[in-house]
Design a binder for this molecule. Structure first.
Ligand SMILES: *[C@@H]1O[C@H](CO)[C@@H](O)[C@H](O)[C@H]1NC(C)=O
Ligand SMILES: *[C@@H]1O[C@H](CO)[C@@H](O)[C@H](O)[C@H]1NC(C)=O
Ligand SMILES: *[C@@H]1O[C@H](CO)[C@@H](O)[C@H](O)[C@H]1NC(C)=O
Ligand SMILES: *[C@@H]1O[C@H](CO)[C@@H](O)[C@H](O)[C@H]1NC(C)=O
Ligand SMILES: *[C@@H]1O[C@H](CO)[C@@H](O)[C@H](O)[C@H]1NC(C)=O
Ligand SMILES: *[C@@H]1O[C@H](CO)[C@@H](O)[C@H](O)[C@H]1NC(C)=O
Ligand SMILES: *[C@@H]1O[C@H](CO)[C@@H](O)[C@H](O)[C@H]1NC(C)=O
Ligand SMILES: *[C@@H]1O[C@H](CO)[C@@H](O)[C@H](O)[C@H]1NC(C)=O
Ligand SMILES: *[C@@H]1O[C@H](CO)[C@@H](O)[C@H](O)[C@H]1NC(C)=O
Ligand SMILES: *[C@@H]1O[C@H](CO)[C@@H](O)[C@H](O)[C@H]1NC(C)=O
Length: 716
């Protein structure tokens, strides 16, 4: 009698235990699944943007090295744009990436920025997790460098220029830091056609046949876009990388401009930040530089400007007039139209890639940084052969410039023999390079032995930043200069394969150009032999690229193996105490009986869209206004609101529809010209233009003033 009951109970208990076990397994699996999902739950993301426009008058532009190209107003402002990404569960694991619309990052800027960040945030932001990059516009003020070669071309160390960049970068980082919230990052890639040419195809051709055969083009056409989306679905911004020289504006331009990539960023931001003034609003779009060393935007190619015939020859030489006549232009009818055509191409592709981006980036954030004495790196090629880098030197062809902006005198690209005349000039003015240095740089004939010159300050840096930051499957490589197309490809492949070897296959390698410190160009060993401008400007000699690849591999390995803390650390480069500033002192004067801001040429009473409003004022040196940066503008275009009867600011000097042009006359007298190119979509109504400035008269302090045009009507 007892037995069946007991058996039934036993069956029931076994069943119950079984069910409990199944439930436990299901719950555990569910929890595990949930947790693993949680690990991929995006990042903390912040984006920021700030004005980093330097003094817009009298400071030489950084890029073409043209002593006559001094600022005299602006077309667009220069912006610094930042993203910060942190792991949601360990927010101390983070990375800062900044791209500034300047010629290139300088070591002086980097040292100042990181010092200030330490002051503000303790050890949250450091040399290893802050990447600073420049877009490479050739139409921004220089003077923010500490090495002598750049002090010569920049008229010294211009403190207001340095401050504008350092403060702009810090402000954009602060903004991104304060905006941080949960979000996701998506990556997308695509080709941009009809937008670049290789400006040294004869160097590129020197690369091994087997290597060239693997690529469809002699430039990298791929654009990479990172799209940042907040948890609530809001588009926060995009950061992208594309290899192109922002040299649509040529060496005769004296108006500050962010050039073609700046125009692309402007179009993207204008569209998303509707109703905001240029450079304002939450959406941040940045177009960063990449391996652009031999990539020109002047797609019509080089032609002799005196005869019109092609000068696409090895030396870019014109039969009449030599190299100085050989200039590349296009695709527009003038440089501004070219800027806008190239910029629009880039904008359209970035927008398309951002819209379609669906591959999400997941995984940990790791950052590694080192200073390497690039003047003394031994590269082991194989068991029997090694090579060494050299102390810095610039070759003859450096002085020849490029088809984007030719140099001076009778220098030509592709020079492999020195010239007795220029050697004698060099020896007399500077120094004769040592035999060891000459030997090391061969076949580069040395024009400027910068590594052997230290007066009044070292001429070139020796301690160079190498840096990689990874966000999941994506690695941002901070290139400290202008890598050519093929040099960049070799870096990308080497780092990818190093990660693969260390057990991290499938990494996306993003090359970020002009980062941290400027070291001119980096060509391949084979391109170096041609000694065109890029090879002559590869300052650490023929094995420079191999040395970088070796260093970057070391960083990739350390990141993959989690041994970053074991990387050898070298001392931080010194900050020099520089008091060289060759800008003229400012003394503003005004015509008798006039005030600063008085109208000299007024607006007409009526305009149609498509016309240009051109108003001139009694001016003062715009340099007085540098440092008065808090949303300062030299001009506003204002519309009278019918209902409130008050003036609404529609545009300021940052808009690409306005220009501010400063003309200096004798005895401190100057004229400030304001232009508004009335866009087709302008609403009919009543408008005026205002001009703002600061004057500094003899024995007087700086005074703010303003002036206004008469009101005018705009109709269709
Ligand atoms: C720059 O472009 C302008 C056209 O916008 C042209 O008139 C000028 O000759 C060019 N200058 C140089 C040096 O290329
Ligand atoms: C270059 O580095 C080697 C070690 O790699 C060292 O022995 C040598 O002294 C260094 N030379 C200079 C000039 O710093
Ligand atoms: C070692 O490298 C050198 C220079 O790249 C090359 O000429 C040589 O053939 C290589 N030797 C071997 C055994 O691979
Ligand atoms: C360059 O000009 C200098 C001075 O006029 C002259 O002595 C020299 O031979 C020229 N060099 C070349 C390569 O034409
Ligand atoms: C280079 O070597 C040559 C001969 O070996 C010698 O005459 C010359 O003085 C050396 N130059 C320098 C700068 O050391
Ligand atoms: C920097 O140089 C100036 C002038 O040469 C000098 O007065 C000043 O004391 C120096 N400052 C430092 C920190 O060395
Ligand atoms: C500049 O203007 C923006 C609003 O357009 C404001 O948020 C910001 O605080 C201003 N910056 C300064 C330094 O005044
Ligand atoms: C504003 O007033 C002007 C003239 O008084 C008129 O032509 C225009 O249509 C008005 N615009 C709006 C938006 O009301
Ligand atoms: C503005 O309109 C004119 C006339 O319709 C046209 O020719 C021009 O291309 C337009 N400008 C722009 C920038 O769309
Ligand atoms: C323009 O100048 C006048 C007189 O100096 C001053 O009262 C006014 O505030 C200024 N306007 C602006 C917008 O700065």
């Amino acid at each position: 009698m007892k037995t069946p009951i007991t058996t039934a109970w036993r069956v029931a208990i076994v069943l119950a235990v079984f069910l409990m076990l199944v439930t436990a397994i299901v719950v555990t699996l569910f929890v595990l699944h949930f947790q693993s999902n949680k690990k991929n739950d995006g990042y903390l993301i912040g984006v920021g943007r700030a004005d980093c426009t330097g003094p817009v008058s009298e400071v030489p532009f950084m890029g073409y090295g043209n002593p006559d190209q001094n600022g005299a107003g602006l077309i667009s402002r220069q912006y610094c744009r930042t993203f910060i990404v942190a792991e949601p569960e360990d927010w101390k694991k983070r990375m800062v990436y900044v791209t500034a619309e300047i010629g290139m990052m300088s070591q002086r800027v980097r040292l100042e920025v990181v010092k200030q960040l330490k002051h503000r945030y303790g050890d949250l932001y450091r040399h290893d997790n802050v990447i600073l990059s420049g877009t490479h516009t050739h139409s921004g003020p220089g003077g923010y460098f500490q090495y002598t070669i750049f002090l010569i071309t920049g008229k010294g160390l211009i403190q207001p220029s340095l401050n504008a960049i350092v403060n702009g970068i810090l402000e954009s980082i602060d903004m991104a830091h304060q905006n941080m919230r949960k979000g996701r990052i998506f990556i997308n890639k695509g080709l941009v056609d009809h937008t670049q040419i290789n400006r040294s195809p004869f160097s590129y051709l020197r690369n091994p046949e087997s290597e060239k055969a693997r690529y469809a083009s002699n430039t990298d056409k791929e654009m990479v876009v990172l799209k940042m989306v907040a948890e609530n679905g809001e588009d926060m911004g995009l950061f992208s990388w594309f290899a192109i020289h922002p040299v649509s504006m040529n060496k005769s331009n004296c108006l500050v401009s962010s050039d073609n990539v700046g125009y692309a960023a402007y179009l993207l931001e204008q569209e998303k930040n509707e109703g905001y003034l240029t450079g304002k609003g939450p959406y941040v779009a940045a177009l960063g530089s990449s391996n652009l060393g031999d990539v020109s935007a002047n797609t019509n190619g080089p032609h002799c400007i005196n005869t019109g015939e092609s000068c696409e020859n090895f030396n870019n030489y014109c039969p009449e007039g030599g190299s100085q006549m050989c200039i590349a232009t296009g695709p527009g009818k003038d440089m501004l139209e070219s800027t806008q055509i190239i910029g629009r191409n880039i904008y359209l592709k970035a927008k398309e890639l951002s819209t379609k981006a669906s591959e999400e980036i997941n995984g940990p954030i790791r950052t590694a940084h080192q200073w390497v004495n690039m003047a003394n790196v031994t590269v082991q090629f194989n068991a029997t052969h090694s090579g060494r880098t050299c102390i810095p030197a610039l070759g003859y062809s450096f002085a020849a410039g490029t088809i984007d902006g030719p140099g001076v005198m009778n220098f030509t690209q592709g020079t492999t023999e020195g010239d007795p005349f220029w050697d004698a000039v060099r020896n007399g003015l500077l120094a004769e390079p040592s035999n060891e240095t000459q030997e090391c740089h061969r076949p580069k004939p040395i024009l400027l032995p910068t590594g052997e010159l230290s007066k009044p300050y070292p001429w070139h840096p020796h301690e160079i930043d190498v840096q990689i930051g990874t966000i999941g499957s994506m690695a941002i490589v901070a290139l400290p200069g202008e890598f050519t197309t093929m040099a960049g490809r070799r870096v990308r492949e080497a780092i990818k394969s190093e990660f693969e070897t260390q057990g991290k296959p499938g990494m996306n390698i993003l090359l970020s150009g002009l980062c941290n410190v400027y070291t001119h160009y980096i060509t391949t060993y084979e391109e170096y032999q041609a000694q065109r401008y890029e090879g002559a400007s590869t300052i650490f000699g023929p094995h420079t690229l191999s040395a970088y690849i070796q260093s970057f591999r070391g960083l990739a390995k350390a990141i993959a193996k989690d041994t970053i803390q074991d990387l050898p650390q070298y001392p931080e480069p010194a900050v020099f105490n520089i008091s060289l500033n060759f800008l003229p002192p400012i003394v503003d004067t005004r015509p008798i009986g006039r005030k600063f801001g008085d109208v000299l040429q007024d607006a007409q009473s009526k305009y149609r869209v498509g016309e240009v409003v051109d108003v001139h004022f009694v001016g003062a040196n715009p340099r007085n206004s540098a440092g008065n940066m808090n949303n300062f503008t030299f001009l506003t275009v204002e519309r009278l609101d019918n209902i409130s009867r008050s003036w609404q600011v529609l545009y300021d000097d940052a808009s690409w529809d306005t220009r501010f042009i400063w003309q200096k006359h004798n005895w401190g007298v100057s004229t400030s010209k304001t232009e508004w190119h009335i866009p087709n979509h302008t609403e009919p109504g009543t408008y005026r233009i205002q001009y703002f400035g600061h004057s500094k008269e003899l024995l007087s302090s700086v005074h703010a003033f303003n002036g206004s045009s008469s009101v005018f009507e705009v109709s269709h």
